[in-house]
Design a protein around this ligand. Structure first.
Ligand code: GLU
Ligand code: ZN
Length: 471
């Protein structure tokens, strides 16, 4: 029986989860859930300044938020330095590694003299230095031949040894490098599939040389496509929105993020892109991932998010949107409930919710002056306001509902001469000044439902205030 697959996500603690990291984590998670395998988490915190819990916390929190839960406890490299030193000792004894006391300046100066490709020149290879404090340990890369693998996404990849420098395994401080710790841990954790970003392709021959020298077998590799922005440039923290936590704060749903990330470099065979995660788990196959860089398109993400929001039941929408309206405002929660469906169907992110309904909890609407100027200049604005005030005053609180309000506004439109060729009221024109007067904005949820939710007293007060502002 073939062994059950084991894969891992191995973030370096940076204080935040990058969408590219989330993309790799998701590929691992989908692969494990699809194959019935195991998904492990390893924190690559060998750098002393990375080894701080607060730099890992947000990464774990975001993985949990996305639902990419891992099996077992996370492994921390900072707990495992002994393992890396033991591996380094074995390589040293076998002669595959050697001590080096060159400073970076010396390495660079020699490169300056000799020219050609930069990097280490093998200066200490045969000096027989004894490992000691202040001396690094380097891997002796074979002079000839090549190292390669069959990438599950990229196919055959091969690196000539002549192009690889003798890389560092232990720094002069004694700390293991990423390359050593990464390769040793994958062997120790019995990882069968290394699924990670394209940026690790160049390090993979070194990984394979270490594994070969330790005699610890080799896993399969799948290097996921790089995520790029509209300009086809690698996503950058400075230029692009890359933090998963920021998307959460801006009202993206975890399930929409996951669905969208799954579509980067991969698509289901039937082309149905927005679908339940269980179906994506069923359909996902690393062999179908496209190696070409994938465009991380915030517009499409927002679109997918909007679809997920519209699919929420009204009560679920209220729960998810509640954190985005001012806390402690009783009227805010009521507003959300009153217009749940109307708002749900008009937003792409939950952060857009408050601006659609804040007129319901503010004492006075926050008037957009440009919108008001435009509506006030419209034909019949004053007459419509007057007609609506008169008509709505006579409705009475018990009949205050969208149908009755609509009838009044239709009547006011006709009175104001806002009728089309067939004599029908031009409702859009009549609604414009009323909407700005009551909500402060030119666009928003349906007007009659909005006025119904606001109630007769506040509606009439706002219409009167608006009328008073007109000549
Ligand atoms: N720690 C590496 C990174 O954050 C991941 C290495 C790997 O997945 O093998 O890029
Ligand atoms: Zn040296």
């Amino acid at each position: 029986m073939p062994e059950a697959p084991r894969c891992r996500f191995a973030p370096s603690p940076t204080g935040y989860l990058h969408v590219g990291g989330a993309h790799s984590a998701l590929a691992n998670w989908l692969f494990a859930r699809h194959t019935g395998g195991t998904f492990l988490l390893r924190i690559e915190d060998t750098d002393a300044e990375r080894n701080r819990p607060e730099l890992t916390e947000n990464v774990l929190e975001m993985l949990r938020w996305l639902g990419l839960t891992w099996d077992g406890d996370p492994v921390h490299q900072s707990d495992r330095f002994d393992l890396y030193r033991q591996a380094a000792d074995r390589l040293l004894e076998a002669g595959t590694a050697y001590a080096c006391d060159c400073t970076p300046d010396e390495v660079q100066a020699r490169h300056g003299e000799r020219g050609g490709p930069p990097g280490y020149d093998g200066h200490c290879r045969d000096r027989g230095l004894v490992p000691a404090e202040g001396r690094a340990l380097r891997f002796r890369v074979p002079d000839s031949g090549a190292t390669g693998w069959t990438d599950l996404i990229r196919g055959e990849v091969r690196f000539e040894h002549a192009n690889l420098e003798d890389f560092v395994l232990l720094r002069s401080s004694g700390a293991p490098t990423f390359l050593l710790a990464n390769a040793v841990d994958d062997a120790d954790m019995a990882i069968t599939h290394v699924i990670r970003g394209e940026d690790h392709v160049n390090g993979t021959p070194k990984y394979l040389l270490i594994r070969g020298a330790l005699g610890s077998g080799v896993p399969a590799f799948a290097h996921m496509p790089l995520l790029v922005n509209q300009g086809r440039k690698k996503l950058s923290k400075r230029r692009d929105d890359v933090s998963v936590a920021d998307y959460r704060a801006r009202g993206y749903l975890a399930e929409a993020m996951v669905n969208y990330l799954a579509l980067l470099g991969w698509g289901p065979p039937d082309g149905v892109e927005v679908r339940p995660l269980a179906e994506i788990v069923d359909l996902f196959d690393l062999a179908d991932v496209n190696p070409a860089p994938a465009f991380f398109d915030p517009q499409k993400l927002a679109h997918v998010n909007g679809e997920y929001i519209r699919a929420l039941e009204p009560a679920a929408f209220v729960e998810r949107a509640a954190p985005f309206v001012p806390p402690g405002e009783e009227r805010a929660r009521e507003a959300l409930e009153a217009l749940a469906v109307e708002v749900r169907d008009r937003v792409r992110t939950l952060a857009e919710v408050p601006e659609l309904i804040d007129f319901l909890w503010r004492d006075e609407p926050d008037i957009d002056e440009a919108a008001w100027e435009k509506a006030a200049r419209g034909k019949g604005a004053a007459e419509v306001l007057e007609g609506a005030i008169a008509g709505l005053s006579s409705i009475g609180a018990e009949r205050w509902e969208p149908g009755a309000i609509r009838t009044v506004v239709e009547g006011a439109a006709v009175e104001a001469g806002l009728v089309n060729a067939e004599g029908r009221p031009q409702l859009a024109k009549a609604q414009a000044p009323l909407r700005v007067a009551v909500t402060g904005r030119a666009v928003g949820p349906p007007l009659f439902e909005s006025l119904a939710a606001l109630g007769p007293d506040r509606t009439l007060a706002r219409l009167q205030a608006a009328r008073a502002r007109l000549p």
